[in-house]
Design a protein around this ligand. Structure first.
Ligand SMILES: C[S@@+](CC[C@H](N)C(=O)[O-])C[C@H]1O[C@@H](n2cnc3c(N)ncnc32)[C@H](O)[C@@H]1O
Length: 282
């Protein structure tokens, strides 16, 4: 069986088991409250920097909106949710959210701010996540604030966030993809994939597991020995055949739908946005 499918199955099983344990260890109250009681908030701040609004056409703004919905839903159901920030929130993105998902004003456990992240967070706490950084992330420091560029750009603005982070004089780093995924091509991920990898890492403390669980199948993240029989890489590494790009495709959201069907529906139903997210297609 494909290593990646197996990983997803394992993840679903693990989550199911966790939910069962949570339910068994509590006998009063409703299911949602029982589940959330075991949640341990991470102190790590994870920011989606929405200051690139002017660089995107409406179609890409809509994609970004869906990616943000996905991040929100995943953080709400995570065992170690991060301190989630949306900064520089305004412009086309806010307009699209107002028009298509009015419920966002009631979102919980999220800081949605019109200010730029540099006005909200101490400079020395900031680490910009960018695939163009020469620094490779080893660990996550939960006292820091990690920034993800809120940009769907089909790589038209290559190096933009790296340049900005360097200009602002803040730290930057790329995810350690190269250590676990054999790269044939680009390693630029979509916003929600980066976000979900961070959540998964906080849960498992294992980058490899985080990458294989989160990266969609179309990205070609498969074990090298399966992808190329002649490879002598260890089984833990993976090969990316088509390259990793920044578009969350229909397939990604199909996966999201599948995941949601299997593991998401029983959870937090109080927010209409999450059920919207569960049925995303585009
Ligand atoms: C679609 S990418 C945008 C790419 C854009 N050209 C740029 O200059 O960042 C969305 C964001 O995800 C994050 N990201 C994507 N791939 C990453 C990687 N391999 N390591 C760290 N962050 C990554 C970055 O914050 C990036 O801005």
């Amino acid at each position: 069986m494909c290593f990646k499918i197996q990983k997803r199955k394992e993840k679903r099983k693990r989550k199911k088991l966790e939910r069962q344990c949570q339910l068994e260890s509590n006998s009063d109250g409703n299911d949602r409250k029982r589940i959330r009681r075991h949640v341990v908030q991470s102190t790590l701040r994870l920011i989606i920097d929405c200051s690139f609004d002017d660089l995107m056409i409406l179609k890409d703004i809509k994609k970004l909106h869906k990616q943000i919905q996905r991040c929100y839903a995943e953080n709400r159901r995570a065992l170690h949710p991060v301190q989630f920030y949306l900064t520089s929130h305004g412009g086309q993105l806010k307009k699209n959210m107002d028009e298509n998902d009015k419920g966002w004003v009631n979102w919980k456990d999220i800081y949605i701010k019109p200010e730029h992240y540099s006005e909200l967070i101490k400079k020395e706490d900031l680490i910009y996540l960018t695939s163009d950084s020469p620094n490779i992330l080893k660990e996550l420091d939960e006292s820091k604030a990690y920034v993800i560029g809120g940009l769907v750009d089909h790589n038209h603005h290559k190096g933009l966030t790296y340049k900005q982070a360097s200009d602002y004089g803040i730290d930057h780093a790329q995810l350690p993809l190269g250590n676990f995924v054999k790269m044939n091509s680009r390693k630029v991920l979509a916003v929600n994939h980066v976000f979900e990898i961070i959540l998964e890492y906080l849960e498992t403390r294992n980058w490899q597991e985080a990458f294989f669980t989160i990266l969609p199948q179309r990205k070609g993240a498969v074990p090298t020995d399966k992808a190329c029989e002649s490879s002598s890489h260890d089984k833990q590494s993976a090969r990316v055949e088509g390259g990793l790009d920044s578009d969350s495709s229909e397939e990604d959201y199909s996966r999201n739908e599948l995941d949601s069907q299997h593991e998401g529906e029983k959870q937090d139903k109080e927010n209409s946005t999450e059920s919207t997210v569960n049925s995303i297609t585009h």
